[in-house]
Design a protein around this ligand. Structure first.
Ligand code: ADP
Length: 419
């Protein structure tokens, strides 16, 4: 009998963690990575700020929190760390998270950071304090969430002033890009309770979800729009290229496409999208807000998911779209570049294409929406070829997007660090 591998421990310190608290993809990653690392011999404990909302949910779930540490003087004020195991059931599987919460939010203004560390090689950042920079300087290894983003960070355009530190760590082989995966139990179209079940080998349910989504948004009432149904699920920010969408979508809608948007954020973008939808009744619908179940229905119902980000460390929406047969149409930046294989004639012939990408989005300076518009046109053209679309969709749905490879890369990296 082979000996039981020794479980080693890793502490994951994060500002959010699904399903307890989520503003974006970080929460999904922090919530899902522990289960992926466990079989590889790494037990993860997650340390979260004790936000009132987190504490309330833990209480509601009956999670017993035991005080494991307390002080009257953490940087000049009292603080407590409490530990418990958070369990939920339901959906496609339960969640079990080994958690610690730090109850100390009143301390921010009393942080007494060491003055001897206030220099350009550490905390100092253009006369201000940057704890992010200090972390990047002092960490044994720096990881980010895609190989492309790791190299982009070392350029002035993406580094936002930290490009020097990033370039130094990259040159020394001390910075690694490891792609995020997704929780394929929670995001499985064949068992997802939020949608009509379907899979790559049985796509009938996909049509049912498409019809239901159109009805939910009041779209295509006459049933005669010939183009693809594009969905957008996003924070409405400059980063996510919402202005580019507003510029490019009229061409797509005029050509018979249909659009459903779920998002919230910048009021200017919320307004602009609402205006556009009002110009295209029955062809474009917008739901302003944050709705997890609706996001599942959007990926399940959509033919395309649009992600025209100006920068994207990894991105998860394109992976959810891929798994649910909503082909990702993305800007070729960061993790979007690394996870989506463009439907060029060569890639289609080789059977490796998983979506569409375009490459002329820039962070600084003016960006026009020409590349996005052209990619939307290519997607609409391919949609007319039902067989080609079907092949592309099946490839996308069966291309692995789980944590397997990436969890192993983390496990190896942790192993190297602890020796
Ligand atoms: P980011 O973390 O920059 O927001 P990601 O693509 O990494 O971008 O992750 C976004 C996550 O947030 C995905 O799980 C996506 O489905 C979800 N999401 C974004 N906006 C909404 C919304 N309005 N309603 C529901 N889920 C949303």
């Amino acid at each position: 009998m082979s000996p039981c591998p020794r479980t080693r421990r890793v502490l994951s310190v994060a500002s959010e963690c699904a399903p307890l608290i989520k503003t974006g993809g970080l929460a999904d990653v922090v919530g899902a990575l522990p289960a992926a690392l466990e079989p590889l011999g790494w037990h993860t404990r997650v340390l979260l700020p004790g936000y009132p909302g987190v504490l309330a949910q833990l209480a509601e779930a009956g999670t017993t929190l035991r005080r494991v540490w307390a002080t009257e003087d953490l940087f000049g004020g009292p603080a407590t760390v409490r530990r418990g195991v958070y369990r939920t059931t339901g959906g496609t599987g339960g969640t079990e998270l080994d958690l610690m919460v730090l109850d100390a939010p009143h301390l921010f203004d009393r942080l007494k950071l060491p003055t001897w560390d206030f220099h350009p090689e550490s905390l100092e950042y253009h006369g201000l304090v940057s704890t992010l920079k200090a972390g990047m300087v002092h960490a044994s290894q720096v990881t980010t969430v895609s190989p492309s983003y790791a190299t982009e960070l070392a350029t002035p355009e993406f580094g936002f002033g930290l490009e020097g530190v990033a370039a130094m760590r990259l040159d020394r082989g001390e910075m690694t890009g490891i792609l995020n995966g997704i929780d394929t139990a929670a995001w499985d179209p064949s068992t997802d309770p939020a949608v009509t079940p379907f899979s790559a080998s049985d796509l009938a349910g996909k049509d049912a979800n498409r019809g239901a989504l159109l009805a939910e948004f009041g779209l295509d009432p006459a049933g005669d729009r010939p183009g693809p149904l594009a969905v957008v699920v996003t924070r409405l920010t400059h980063q996510k290229g919402v202005d580019l969408l507003c510029d490019a979508l009229p061409g797509f809608l005029d050509a018979g496409g249909t659009v459903a948007v779920l998002g919230s954020g910048d009021p200017g973008y919320e307004f602009a999208l609402g205006e556009l939808a009002a110009r295209y009744p029955g062809a474009m619908g917008v739901w302003i807000g944050y709705d997890e179940a609706l996001s599942h229905r959007m990926y399940a119902g959509g033919d395309l998911v649009l992600v025209p980000s100006r920068f994207e460390p990894c991105g998860l929406t394109q992976l959810y779209g891929q798994r649910y047969g909503a082909l990702p149409l993305v800007a070729a930046t960061g993790g979007l570049r690394d996870t989506v294989t463009d439907a060029t004639p060569e890639n289609l012939d080789a059977g490796t294409a998983t979506g569409f990408s375009f490459s002329d989005v820039r962070l600084g300076g003016t960006t026009d929406a020409g590349g996005l518009g052209f990619a939307l046109g290519r997607a609409a053209d391919l949609y007319r070829d039902a067989d080609a679309w079907d092949r592309l969709r099946r490839t996308a749905m069966t291309t692995p997007v789980d944590w397997g490879t990436s969890a192993s890369r983390y496990a190896n990296l942790f192993g190297e660090l602890v020796g």
